[in-house]
Design a protein around this ligand. Structure first.
Ligand SMILES: Cc1cc2nc3c(=O)[nH]c(=O)nc-3n(C[C@H](O)[C@H](O)[C@H](O)COP(=O)(O)OP(=O)(O)OC[C@H]3O[C@@H](n4cnc5c(N)ncnc54)[C@H](O)[C@@H]3O)c2cc1C
Length: 280
């Protein structure tokens, strides 16, 4: 359980960090909270030649409201997201998900950028990112690009991030009518299944997004559940129609924690609970 040898640097500017990543390529790994990367290094599943710690770089942390979007720096911790009055008011699903991650210690060190870059299939945030129409800002020495959650989240433990890029900021659509619920693994608290929902419009739903994590190898947005809600007001019937549609006929995971059949039931039940949380 001892990692292989590595170099360690603490750049004080983003430009410096990006230059190191550009120079070292796949040999370099960004270090944020370390809660996913360090265990992988101890198991020797990751053996970076150099760790580039982002914690000394100003400007990578913080939460602000910018018109109809909330902007969150990549190094903002889960605890900061969960406690933010802005997030709680404008994107409650995100505050609820961040509050449910792991335990107090994990939330104090783990970051929004680290969690999304790691893209664990049982992580909470991917479902919320899909529900809240998130955009990821990726910086490299050669420029910047912005990706929506769907192209960003590529596969199990895989994203569109290149080795020379840093996820500097995540933005989500202001969605006061949003909620997240999960069925947690009792030991780690990772989501055996988790569902995030966001509704636009007061009364009649003008747009609905439902994100599901933990159930499938990759978090997904349920088109069926969104369609079942759009153009209707939230009622027992529309909630039930959305819950029944949320599984979407996907190929679901089956492992020691839950069978695929059990997960499909969780998708239905949790979608219903998330919508009931919004309807009060
Ligand atoms: C005991 C335990 C319980 C947990 N429970 C949960 C849970 O219930 N739900 C949940 O969702 N998660 C859970 N986690 C994971 C937790 O959310 C981690 O914080 C997260 O997965 C990684 O974030 P980090 O900041 O620690 O990233 P790190 O471990 O530092 O990095 C993870 C990966 O992302 C890369 N990276 C980090 N930041 C950036 C960036 N800004 N740009 C580009 N690449 C970057 C790193 O190079 C590395 O590959 C748990 C972890 C532990 C140890």
């Amino acid at each position: 359980m001892i990692p292989a040898e590595f170099d360690y640097v603490e750049p004080s500017t983003l430009e410096e960090a990006l230059q190191i990543l550009a120079a070292r390529g796949e040999d370099a790994k960004v270090l944020a909270g370390g809660h996913s990367l360090v265990p992988l290094m101890k198991l020797r599943l990751a053996q970076p030649g150099v760790l580039v710690y982002l914690g000394r770089i100003p400007g990578l942390k913080g939460i602000s409201l910018d018109g109809q979007r909330l902007r969150i720096g990549g190094m903002t911790t889960h605890a900061e997201v969960a406690a933010s009055p802005l997030v709680r008011q404008h994107a409650p699903a995100l505050a609820q998900a961040a509050h449910e991650i792991g335990d107090r210690q994990v939330r104090a060190r783990g970051t929004i950028g680290g969690s999304l870059a790691h893209n664990d299939p049982a992580a909470d945030l991917p479902a919320v990112m899909l529900a809240l129409d998130a955009e990821m800002k990726l910086r490299s020495a050669s420029g910047e690009r912005t990706l929506k959650a769907e192209p960003f989240l590529v596969g199990m433990l895989e994203t569109a991030l290149r080795p020379d890029e840093i996820l500097t900021e995540v933005s989500v659509a202001v969605s006061p009518r949003s909620a997240y619920v999960k069925f947690p693994n009792p030991a780690s608290h990772y989501a055996i299944t988790g569902v995030g929902v966001a509704l636009q419009g007061n009364g009649t739903v003008t747009a609905a997004r439902v994100g599901v994590t933990g159930a499938a190898p990759l978090a997904y947005r349920s088109a069926g559940a969104g369609a079942a809600l759009t153009g209707r007001s939230l009622s027992a019937e529309s909630i039930s129609a959305a819950a029944n549609a949320a599984y979407d006929g996907r190929e679901l995971l089956s492992d020691i924690f839950a069978s695929a059949e059990y997960r499909s039931m969780l998708v239905r039940v949790l979608t219903k609970r998330a919508l009931e949380k919004i309807s009060g």
